[in-house]
Design a protein around this ligand. Structure first.
Ligand code: FES
Length: 668
């Protein structure tokens, strides 16, 4: 008997000379991966022998205490990638003396993957699907046994897997797979917590399979094809949500359904078709067979969530905004006509409330405010803002009807973010001269290269981030009062203030397309931002708290807006500007985490069940919070952090003084 210690786990045991290392590791419960079951095919069981004297363990370890390199290892190196120096296949290496064995991260089943992409995240790789290679005995004339039963027996004999259920799709493919694989199969088994289910069979040996993380927004759909072994995103594709033809925003789609009860089928079909097209595109881009896609996670707001599943979302259009289900869903993707491997699984995280969906659950999984001591405010702004406030003690969530103004809709010169749209605005407070930046150009409009850089598209309108900056800059320049009224008195100073009957507008650019901000545009932005702010105040009130430690803005909108302008406008509450961050497409990141880590699914299900849901539509205080939030940045909230770094416009400071005086007089 000799001593063997495995690192990094530190597990130790005494083994007989000649014991295969993989077997020793298994006996000690050391985490070593294997797809081929010790046949020297997969290379997942690689280890490294550490040499030297380990006083702590009382072991003199040396590679010479391992059996000589086997023919199987030589063949593996020839057939796949050559084994790195010092690496051995633990399934074909025997113990011949005392050893300290290192199990590298990539050989561990539960490996930690450090993501290198835009949303830097460490994800522990532990998906709920595993591949198992088996050799299935031939059927015999005298004791004929069905293909499926022989497969199950092989799984029991070779992998000690019992009590498996078999997905119906297996029956149609097992015969061909056995023939093509010459009676060897790679079997994919999913674990949904209650059952282990055989979901796919592939002929012969394979150790590759793929997954999809999908963010189904009401405007766009984004899909990320992921290698389930490495966690790498191999292809990211996206498209506009084709349901837009039934209504720009969610509520107009629900209205369409209320008038056309058969519309659910139509809307379900178009969104599923769009996802199927994206699957084809991603598979082609990554050059993979989509039958190797075995797992999908889809996150969407409650209406998208329901429509993908073919559920009529009309009840979400009116109080009490009843969800069909608020549980996580795990089904075969084919049940909702999504075309991956016929046995492939689809997981949808749970919806939180009638207007706070599985996409917000995915954002939470990505940002994990429930593990932090600091108080986070997380906002996902679309036509509906989904808002979560909380920390490790508790989480509160609500949604607020911001409408489509932040997406450029209902704004006179508004447009979606596309080349030609104004996205940045600066106004000189003295001269009221305007500089803009436009999507598609890297220059400001007063820089030499600007005109040439926009020659192919010109200035076409203003997008959501542009209108936010425009209104905030108008306020800073004294063109707007705190009540949001365009100041006619400054008309004498600049020909940019134009009169439109009884109201005024402010001209931003005067090219082929004149882009201006009208009084009504300012109102639309005020209504949208007041709805958002009132939702935030409601959550702060119920928490209760008078401040937030950090603000995270999710979604494409969050990536484009400047925190300073969002705060100046009173879109978000006061907070140190350095603590306001865009968290990008956190819903997609959360979906990827749920795809790659089974435990994360259980985690988010538990977290969602504990969230306190606040319904803005029935909260008595919402209306007064809304009215106070119409002012820029706010009627009463002082925005201390903000005005430490931004000079309050003279007119606003004067208005503050007058308000205080009025308050004093009233008290006297
Ligand atoms: Fe597959 Fe060792 S377990 S090569």
């Amino acid at each position: 008997m000799v001593a063997v210690v495995f690192t990094p786990s530190g597990r130790r045991g005494e083994f007989e000379i000649g014991t295969p290392l993989l077997e020793a590791a298994r006996q000690l419960g050391v985490d070593i991966d294997s797809v081929c079951g010790g046949r020297g095919l997969c290379g997942r069981c690689q280890i490294l022998c550490t040499s030297g004297s380990f006083a702590k363990h009382g072991i003199e370890s040396s590679p010479s205490h391992l059996s000589p390199i086997s023919q199987t290892e030589i063949k593996y190196s020839e057939r796949k990638t050559p084994l790195e120096v010092g690496r051995r296949l633990s399934c074909h290496t025997r113990i011949e003396g005392p050893l300290v064995i290192d199990v590298p991260a990539e050989s561990q089943v539960h490996k930690q993957v450090v993501r290198k992409d835009a949303e830097q995240r460490d994800i522990s790789l532990d998906p709920n699907i595993r591949l198992h290679y088996i050799e299935v005995p031939e059927d015999e004339m005298e004791h004929s046994i069905s293909n499926v039963r022989r497969m199950l027996q092989a799984l029991e004999n070779q992998w000690q897997l019992t009590n498996l259920t078999v997905d119906g799709s297996i029956f149609t493919m097992i015969h061909q797979a056995l023939i093509a694989g010459k009676n060897s199969l790679t079997v994919a088994i999913s674990n949904d917590g209650y059952k282990q289910r055989v979901i796919a069979v592939f002929p012969g040996f394979t150790d590759q399979y793929f997954g999809l993380a999908i963010d189904i927004g009401s405007t766009t759909i984004a899909l990320h094809l992921t290698d389930m072994n490495s966690g790498d995103v191999l292809a990211s594709v996206g498209c506009m949500n084709p349901q837009i033809r039934f209504g720009e925003d969610l509520m107009s789609r629900v209205s369409y359904l209320q008038m056309h009860p058969e519309g659910t089928v139509e809307m379900t079909e178009v969104v599923r078709d769009a996802i199927n097209q994206l699957i084809d595109e991603a598979a082609e881009a990554a050059n993979i067979d989509k039958r190797q896609i075995l797992s999908m996670v889809a996150a969407g707001n409650p209406i998208m969530h329901h429509l993908v599943l073919g559920i009529d979302p009309s009840p979400l259009g009116f109080a009490p905004f009843t969800l069909a289900t608020d549980d996580a869903i795990e089904i075969a993707a084919r049940e909702v006509d999504l075309q991956i491997n016929p046995g492939g699984r689809l997981y949808l995280p749970p919806c939180i409330a009638g207007h706070v969906g599985a996409d917000t659950a995915a954002v939470l999984l990505s940002e994990q405010p429930y593990k932090a001591g600091s108080l986070s405010l997380i906002i996902d702004i679309g036509t509906n803002a989904e808002i979560v406030l909380g920390n490790q003690q508790k989480l509160l969530a609500c949604s607020s009807p911001t409408g489509p103004a932040f997406e450029g809709a209902q704004i006179s010169c508004g447009q979606r973010a596309a080349p030609g749209a104004i996205e940045r605005v600066r106004i000189d407070p003295e001269t009221l001269d305007v500089r803009v930046r436009v999507i598609g150009s890297e220059f400001w409009s007063d820089e030499p290269g600007f005109t040439d850089s926009i020659v192919n598209f010109g200035i076409t309108g203003i997008c959501g981030s542009g209108i936010i900056e425009a209104v905030a800059e108008m306020y800073l320049a004294g063109v707007l009062s705190t009540d949001g009224v365009i100041q006619a008195k400054r008309q004498a100073e600049s020909d940019r203030i134009l009169s439109n009957g009884r109201t005024f507008s402010f001209l931003l650019t005067d090219g082929d397309v004149k882009v201006s901000v009208t009084q009504n545009d300012v109102r639309q932005i005020q209504l949208a931002k007041a709805a958002l702010y009132a939702g935030v105040k409601l959550l702060m009130d119920r928490f209760p708290t008078d401040h937030v430690d950090e603000i995270k803005i999710a979604g494409a909108f969050g990536s484009n807006i400047d925190a300073k302008y969002a705060m100046l406008l009173g879109l978000i509450p006061d907070c140190a500007l350095a603590q306001v961050a865009s968290v990008g497409n956190a819903a997609s990141t959360g979906a990827r985490i749920a795809l790659l880590n089974d435990a994360a699914r259980a985690e988010i299900q538990t977290v969602v069940r504990q969230i306190e849901k606040i319904e803005t539509a029935v909260a008595a205080e919402f209306q007064s919070y809304f009215v106070d939030a119409m002012a820029i940045p706010h009627k009463t909230d002082p925005f201390v952090h903000l005005f430490k770094v931004v000079n309050k416009p003279a007119q606003a400071a004067e208005e503050d003084t007058q308000r205080k005086r009025r308050g004093r007089r009233k008290r006297d």
